[in-house]
Ligand binder design. Structure first.
Ligand SMILES: Nc1ncnc2c1ncn2[C@@H]1O[C@H](COP(=O)(O)OP(=O)(O)OP(=O)(O)O)[C@@H](O)[C@H]1O
Length: 560
């Protein structure tokens, strides 16, 4: 029942309709056999032209109807593929992105690949074979009705073919389970290598990297070879069994005709029906790999549809920027490691907070939590009382500006990047205002195509400082209520740092709540509050001037 619901969710009612169409298509499959039986046993002995014409017209009618339904079944399957794409792709991309920002989740599985696998399966003959295969039982019963001996021969042959199909299923499952992770590892390895090509080439790491990749490839090849041998043997045996079976059927039929237990029409009809019964079973044997892959894809997609979709809460039209963090804890991959330990802090709207601390103390992780860019295991993060931790209120993204350490600019024009690719609302004044505030406008005007310059894949290469200013403009786009800047001066020269100081001052004047993660004291000069992180804890938090002038208490020192 669960599978039926899942199939309906993924493909709409199209697959159910296909099953219904398959009933008529398979019943109509009997038409040629019945025609032959009647011609041999009724028309030829009676020499009746009227009966011949009537039978011919009826058979042609069934075959034309069958062809039409077969065509419609193909169209329904195409619709099912469209339904799958429309209903799952968006969810799959969202899930993949969310999985990527979680700290403890296993490496995210690309669900779009599963959707492609299912699409391929729907378009292949494997699904048709799967829909038609159960009908072999019906055909067997018809043959039994003709004569038990013929039925027993057909049953024995079918059992042999089904056993081969099961063997094929077992082999396919093992092959897919072995080769899929290896294929993913190999492609991940080569993607990584392409991404870090400069390091690899400069230190001549190519031979080792290629060797590692070849090792995986050899394992894949060995699994493919083993499966190929098994698939070849199974295919040869099933063809042989099918042909032997047809000869056995014809021979037994002829024997029964000679003994006058059967008419020659029944003999021919049962041989044809046997062919119809075995065709999808044999076709299934050759399609198990595709079917197993499709079943795995179906299983992977199943939790996607179980995720409850809640209505997004209605937000107030303006957000002042009161930040409230309560008891945020994040565990590492191991439960005994805490990256953030019970963090609580409150920041009035419009205040500036500088976060400092030694390497690995958790500053960047805290910045990510505040920017809604990672998940916490406990606690809440609220802006004007609205909790947006763990993706609770995705629309809060428009009120948050985030400059991550790695900048994360996407392939596209400078204007697209600054406007956060909000193509529906590309407001050039807003883009220029953000760039001016980030001190990036003059620099952007000097680029080859100014704001239309393409960066990233297929575009021009900008320096780290240029990219950082563009990323800062993106963080400031649309006047967010909260701005989180993680080491915003990491790539900046003296002028760039001066421009950044101006930006921080402007943010303060405009009443934007601002968080700056920094190692440099110079960037904390406009900060109202200072927070010192150590080993995932808040070591000190309070008024900047007070913290800088008063020494830490003995309790705080003991945390350090
Ligand atoms: N995605 C992650 N998975 C596992 N551990 C992580 C992850 N992100 C951060 N950590 C761990 O959390 C700790 C704090 O890292 P974080 O980057 O927040 O420190 P930081 O104070 O910003 O350091 P730095 O000053 O060097 O940038 C580190 O020990 C790091 O290994």
């Amino acid at each position: 029942m669960k599978t039926y619901t899942l199939i309906n969710q993924l493909f709409g009612k199209h697959i159910t309709h296909c099953v219904l169409f398959s009933v008529f298509i398979n019943l109509a499959n009997l038409a040629p056999s019945i025609y032959m039986l009647q011609v041999y046993d009724r028309v030829l002995p009676s020499r009746s032209n009227e009966t011949l014409i009537m039978l011919t017209v009826l058979s042609a009618y069934f075959l034309i109807a069958q062809a039409a339904l077969d065509y419609l079944r193909g169209r329904l399957l195409a619709e099912a593929a469209m339904h799958l794409e429309q209903n799952t792709s968006t969810l799959a991309i969202q899930k993949h992105l969310q999985d990527k920002i979680a700290i403890k989740k296993q490496p995210s599985h690309p669900l779009l690949k599963d959707i492609a696998t299912l699409r391929h399966f729907i378009g292949s003959h494997s699904l048709i074979a799967l829909l038609d295969a159960p009908w072999f039982i019906f055909y067997l019963l018809v043959i039994y009705w003709f004569h038990p001996l013929l039925g027993n021969i057909a049953l024995a042959g079918t059992v042999l073919l089904v056993m081969l199909a099961l063997l094929s299923e077992h082999g396919s499952k093992q092959f897919v389970q072995t080769s899929l992770p290896l294929t993913r590892q190999a492609s991940q390895m080569i993607d990584d290598a392409y991404q870090h090509s400069q390091v690899i080439c400069s230190m001549h790491m190519q031979p080792v990297i290629i060797h590692r990749w070849q090792q995986r490839q050899q394992q894949i090849n060995s699994a493919t070879r083993t499966f190929g041998k098994l698939a070849g043997k199974i295919s040869t045996h099933s063809k042989l069994i099918r042909q032997l079976l047809q000869i056995a059927m014809m021979g037994a039929g002829a024997y029964l005709v000679i003994d006058q237990h059967l008419s020659s029409g029944v003999m021919l009809a049962s041989t044809i029906i046997l062919g119809k019964a075995l065709a999808p079973v044999e076709s299934l044997t050759g399609s198990w790999k595709t079917i197993v892959q499709a079943m795995m894809a179906l299983r992977n997609l199943s939790p996607l549809l179980d995720t409850p979709t809640s209505k997004p809460p209605i937000l107030p039209s303006t957000i002042a920027g009161h930040l409230n963090v309560e008891n945020v804890t994040i565990f590492g991959q191991r439960p005994d490691i805490q990256i953030l330990r019970n963090i609580s802090l409150h920041l009035e709207a419009g205040k500036q907070l500088a976060i400092i601390g030694p390497n690995g103390s958790g500053k960047t992780t805290l910045a990510r939590v505040l920017a809604g860019a990672t998940y916490c295991d406990t606690g809440s993060v609220r802006l004007d009382g609205i909790n947006y931790a763990n993706g609770a209120t995705p629309q809060m993204g428009q009120h948050i500006g985030y400059l991550p350490q790695d900048l994360s600019l996407l392939s596209g024009t400078v204007a697209e990047n600054i406007s956060r690719f909000d193509l529906a609302d590309t407001d050039h004044d807003k883009i220029i205002a953000a760039s001016r505030m980030a001190g990036a406008h003059e620099m952007i005007l000097k680029l080859p195509s100014s704001y239309e310059t393409i960066i990233g894949a297929g575009g021009i290469q900008l320096s780290g400082g240029q990219l950082q200013r563009i990323a800062l403009a993106r963080a400031l786009y649309g006047q967010p209520a909260l701005v989180v800047l993680d080491e915003p001066n990491a790539y900046l020269d003296h002028d760039g740092e001066q421009a950044l100081q101006d930006t921080l001052l402007q943010l303060k004047k405009q009443g934007v709540t601002t968080i700056i993660i920094t190692h440099r004291p110079s960037l904390t000069q406009h900060a109202d509050q200072l927070l010192i992180m150590n080993a995932g804890r808040i070591e000190r938090f309070g008024n900047r001037a007070e913290i800088l002038t008063s020494p830490p208490s003995s309790h705080q020192v003991s945390h350090a």
